[in-house]
Ligand binder design. Structure first.
Ligand SMILES: Cc1cc2nc3c(=O)[nH]c(=O)nc-3n(C[C@H](O)[C@H](O)[C@H](O)COP(=O)(O)O)c2cc1C
Length: 186
């Protein structure tokens, strides 16, 4: 199969990572892939915050855990109550993609960059997981304080967060894909 298509199909959300940090050249290649994503009007309205400080990652994970547990009847509450729950699955690197809302399509632009990161990681033999759950913190009451702590540039807002690291789990089969979501008008 074509190499690119193979990477696209092989990528899975990885939820178990080793402690080993990414090699710097891999990280740089992944970030470069992000920069080559398409963006509406070529606005490139993104900023990438690479966090490799374990104490800070753990603090954000604990804040998210506490908020999900306190949040009542969310479908994630039971999962977050587990002692070993870590919203980033102990990944050694997280990347926060922020967008400048002056651009018109930051969610699409930042999502395109995010997918490039996931695919570049897979191509380099690394694991990754998109972590939407943490947005409740970054967009919640504590959001401004966290943005300051995470040095998100003024005027930018966090849009997507990704966890990255070496895979610590065997290859997993892809969750089944819906098949009846395509039609053709020819
Ligand atoms: C916007 C978005 C948010 C996500 N948030 C989470 C998350 O917080 N935690 C998690 O474990 N997986 C998260 N995922 C991963 C999905 O669960 C996963 O992509 C889906 O189950 C399909 O599996 P696959 O990525 O292995 O193909 C998220 C995916 C997307 C696109």
């Amino acid at each position: 199969m074509n190499e690119t298509l193979n990477v696209i199909k092989s990528r899975r959300s990885i939820r178990k990572f080793t402690e080993k940090q990414l090699q710097e050249e891999d990280l740089q290649a992944i970030l470069e892939a992000a920069l080559f994503a398409p963006s509406a009007g070529n606005a490139q309205p993104w900023h990438f915050t690479v966090v490799q400080n374990k104490a800070l990652i753990d603090e954000l994970a604990q804040t998210a855990k506490d908020a999900i547990v306190a949040g009542g009847r969310s479908p994630y509450q039971e999962m977050a109550q587990r002692e070993d729950f870590h919203v980033f699955y102990h990944a050694p690197t997280i990347i926060i993609i922020s967008g400048n809302p002056k651009a018109g399509f930051i969610h699409a632009d930042c999502a395109a960059a995010a997918q490039n990161i996931l695919l570049a990681a897979e191509a380099l033999g690394l694991g990754s997981c998109w972590i939407g759950l943490v947005m409740m913190i970054l967009h919640g009451e504590q959001g401004a304080a966290w943005c300051k702590k995470l040095e998100i540039p003024a005027g930018y807002e966090p849009v997507h967060v990704l966890a990255l690291g070496y895979k610590a789990q065997a290859k997993i089969p892809a969750p089944e894909r819906k098949k009846n979501c395509i039609n053709f008008i020819r």
